[in-house]
Ligand binder design. Structure first.
Ligand code: NAD
Length: 416
């Protein structure tokens, strides 16, 4: 394959690897290569200065053989339909690995949320939902947060959907604020899932978590919470970064203090007693555990051999290219793939949906215990398969996810 990757070429190459290992029927492989449905919309809104803003949006629904579609919505200036398609495909495998009754979807709007007011973001979100509402719903497709969308965005989605239906439908979206039906533990769920996976990997490598050095790329929902949870587990967080750059401190930072600094200044950089570093340098930091928690295509053939971490836990979706996977595997790095490592978010989203459907509210302890059980079981399933197949963890995870979906597709058959 070509040297330059997009998220979609990575996702399709990964599917090919899994299909070959599984000796998948070529027809089934062909079906799974493409999404079942892609909806492209033009989201037009009134801007604060009374001009008209026109934004490209989409919702891609990959396959739903195991239940309704589920997946986040991303607001980013560089988001493309190909990226969203890849992210939808990864959601399908992820839900199958963690054994949730969902199919994979993803949505995106090409915009720069950092340059938009709250009013503009609200109008953008509501207009987008109105354009795709016929394809959404608690038994059709349930959105959730992703890059640059948050609890507030999910509240607007729930309200727009409910207004259009004429009654309140909390189960139409997950990642909502608790007061309107959100689940305890949803905000930290992805990061906590990453931490549970790292704990299991550390057991296998006999790596002591106490004082283990951690570097985290991205300081949003996943990155900040991962840094904070790893710190509370006794690890030393030596480097963190965001879109403006990173900081390095061999003695370790206090994640909440750096977050307060980011809130005040807009970035983690220029934090006291730390050296400013680039995002490229962050990935190569001398550490035991590296958590990419920003965007795709970060660890590539150009820098994979320079990664020093013993464990790479992919909080982000698609941060590693297939060539980089090979290099990391050959040099003995224990990589926990995105479709396993970051599945805590969709797992607690599932718990939120179940609580909404039954009008129950579980405690934080219940949610976190159920999450730990589910993710530890999925980790063990993938680890066992990787040992049996003598493969890396990514190939094993893909084989598990793709295999389960392909089996369901074959059992349901094609209609008509
Ligand atoms: P977020 O918007 O809360 O945070 C994104 C962070 O990445 C920000 O700190 C931003 O500054 C940083 N960033 C952006 N561009 C960067 C760059 N070029 N280099 C370094 N940092 C950069 O988003 P999030 O929800 O934390 O999502 C992060 C990743 O985790 C994404 O890949 C997303 O798909 C994945 N993910 C998120 C969830 C979830 O529950 N939020 C679940 C599963 C996977």
């Amino acid at each position: 394959m070509g040297q330059e990757h997009t998220a979609l070429t990575v996702a399709q190459e990964q599917l090919k690897i899994a299909a070959e290992k599984l000796e998948l029927d070529p027809g089934l492989h062909e079906i799974l290569k493409k999404p079942k449905r892609s909806i492209i919309v033009s989201v037009t809104i009134k801007m604060d200065d009374c001009t008209i803003g026109v934004f490209n949006g989409c919702r891609v629904q990959h396959w739903d053989v195991k239940g309704p579609f589920k997946g986040g919505i991303r607001y980013h200036p560089n988001v493309t339909i190909d990226d969203v398609t890849a992210l939808a495909m990864w959601m399908t495998w992820k839900c199958a690995i963690i054994d949730l009754p969902y199919g994979g979807a993803k949505g995106g709007i090409c915009c720069n949320p950092k340059k938009m007011s709250q009013g503009e973001l609200e109008r953008l979100t509501r207009r987008y939902v109105s354009l795709i509402v016929d394809y959404l719903g608690p038994h059709r497709d349930i959105p959730a947060p992703d890059v640059y969308t948050n609890e507030q965005t999910m509240a607007w989605i729930m309200d727009t959907y409910s207004q259009l239906k004429g009654y309140s439908v909390p189960e139409s979206v997950t990642g909502k604020p608790i007061e309107i039906g959100g689940s305890e533990g949803r905000t930290c769920a992805t990061a906590l899932g990453v931490a549970f996976c790292v704990k299991e990997a550390a057991k296998i490598l006999k790596l002591n978590m106490k004082n283990a050095k951690v570097a985290v790329q991205g300081y949003g929902n996943v990155g900040y919470n991962a840094a904070s949870i790893m710190h509370s587990m006794g690890c030393k967080v030596v480097a963190v970064s965001d879109s403006s750059g990173g900081i390095y401190c061999p003695e370790g930072i206090i994640p909440s203090d750096v977050r307060a600094h980011k809130k005040k200044t807009g970035s983690v950089i220029n934090y006291k007693d730390c050296t400013n570093i680039t995002n490229a340098e962050l990935l190569q930091t001398k550490c035991d555990i590296l958590i990419p928690a920003a965007l795709q295509n970060q660890i590539t053939k150009d820098n994979a051999d320079k990664i020093k971490a013993k464990i790479v836990a992919e909080g982000a979706n698609g941060p590693t290219t297939p060539e980089a996977d090979k290099t990391l595997h050959e040099k003995g790095t224990f990589l926990i793939p995105d479709i396993l490592a970051n599945s805590g978010g969709v797992t607690v989203s599932y718990f939120e949906w179940v609580q909404n459907l039954t009008r129950e509210h579980w405690t934080l302890e219940e949610v976190n215990k159920k999450l730990e059980n589910k993710i530890t079981k999925a980790f063990s399933d993938v680890d066992k398969l990787s040992k049996k197949e003598e493969s890396d963890m990514r190939t094993a995870a893909l084989m598990l996810g793709v295999g389960r979906v392909a089996h369901a597709l074959k059992t349901l058959g094609l209609w008509p």
